[in-house]
Design a protein. Sequence first.
Length: 342
Amino acid sequence: MTAARAEHDWLAAGSQTVQQQALRDFAEAMGNFFRGTHRRPTWRKAGVHEGFRQIAVKSRHVERVNRRFGRVWVPKVGWVRFRWSRSVPEGVRSYRVTLDRAGRWHIAFAHVPNPIAGPGVGNVVGIDRGVVVSAALSTGELLCAPGLSGSEAKRLTVLQQRIARAERGSRRRARTKRAIAKLKVRERDRRKDWIEKTTTDIARRFDTIRIEALNVRAMTRSARGTVDHPGVRVTQKRGLNRAISRSGWGLLAARLQHKAFGRVEQIPAAYTSQQCSACGHVAPENRKNQAVFECAACTTGPCNADVNAARNIAAGRAVTARGDLGASRSTNREPQPCSPAT
């Protein structure tokens, strides 16, 4: 790196720390590829996923200017102002600056907070994740992730039709693409905000949290297939994949495991939607339709099918999401750019 910076002025104009972090990320990506856990890293397209990481940050490098804004010292750039959305934790040693698809710059300070303590009364909750109802609790609560409003959804449809007719490489297509990105980022921000608030509330209210053991990545895999073996019902599967993504199944489970560390258990998902939570009878005819459950054996119901499934999950036998009892937490965990926050 030192020799390359001395030879090329454009390298010397940038921060050496940022360049070193990029090389370390590349070395780690290649190591993951040779270990067989990840695919071979590919060249990043200019303008997509822009960002950099800065380490060895000292307390004097971050200042609060007023009630709304703070500023951070960026090497080779100087002081950069940012919106002070929350207090910067003590002992922060690194931050990451990124550019999203909507053209917004973000700064994230790496910090691993302590898990949220439960109430200590031994209460248990089961959570059934769905498409119509994002999360149904065994207490009877039905929680739905927010999305775009009706007018925003209509505008998104119009923009998608417009970009399909636009000429590739034209400025009109670029403007339309940015407008679509802004709407999708708005939807994603609302979903993430809802997940953060919901998981914090659940972690504070319950001592044991039980969820279905779902492989969300496999469930949202494309059904397109190949030329020799084309997929079936591709359009329907694509719609289901989008609905699962809009409900935030994966992020909801991940944030629960971060905030309620060692208190999240996974339950086998088989037959939780067909089993009666009162008598244990399992039969497909117990589900009258997508939303209604009525036991054919003990006449329990009619009740909400998602709530019944959540009660089965709450009563299930399980191990933790890591496959053990999860009583301890590593003290050597390195803060990451996307570390959990309460």
